[in-house]
Design a protein. Structure first.
Length: 205
């Protein structure tokens, strides 16, 4: 599936059709991308947290995590990415429940996996985790994902082009934001409290 992404980037409207055709022929082809691509930001977070150090809000002093704590943080980020994509696929099916073209789970999961790619690629910047780099990079990634959603939903899901398609896209966007925030808070809380990830932050000497 990943070989179809360059065509999507060059033409967000027309690039979805080959992805849908590929998903129809190979329903589970999204799985390798879903499993492998989130490793990229997770590994970058690990390197950024252990070797580079973070400059946190309210402080100009860089801090580093221990390798154990950073490894747990990277794992939680990876699980957040997987969970967010899969739950967003379920939300997409729910939003399109009353349409004639309600997608199968694999079709919806392919859609949300592709939508997540710009954000996952933007996560590479976490290898240099300065706050003034992270915020613009993630904002740009989110903007690209939103553009792909609104431009691609009618064609990929084979919906009629009208005002209702924008309503569906907005509902999917709202559900996805809720899913990402909830998943992120849940897994970060697992890292911060029970696993004591937040307490092993030695100062960069």
């Amino acid at each position: 599936m990943i070989h179809l992404i360059p065509g999507l980037i060059s033409s967000p409207s027309r690039g979805w059709s080959p992805i849908r055709e590929h998903a129809n022929r190979h329903p589970w082809s999204f799985v390798p991308t879903l499993i492998l691509l989130p490793l990229l930001p997770a590994l970058c977070v690990y390197v950024g947290a252990t070797d580079v150090g973070w400059s946190l809000f309210g402080s100009n002093q860089e801090r580093q995590l221990s390798s154990t704590s950073a490894g747990l943080l990277a794992l939680m980020l990876y699980l957040t990415c997987l969970t967010s994509v899969l739950l967003s696929a379920l939300a997409t099916r729910w939003v399109l429940f009353r349409t004639d073209q309600r997608p199968a789970f694999t079709i919806a999961a392919t859609f949300t996996t592709v939508l997540a790619i710009p954000l996952l690629l933007a996560g590479v910047i976490s290898i240099l985790p300065g706050r003034w780099l992270l915020i613009p990079a993630l904002a740009l990634g989110a903007l690209c994902s939103i553009l792909l959603l609104y431009r691609g939903l009618p064609g990929y899901m084979q919906l009629k082009r009208n005002d209702q398609e924008r309503f569906y896209a907005t509902c999917i966007l709202a559900a996805a934001v809720l899913v990402v925030l909830t998943s992120g808070f849940f897994f970060m809380e697992l890292w911060w409290q029970p696993l004591d990830g937040g307490y092993v932050i030695p100062e960069n000497g």
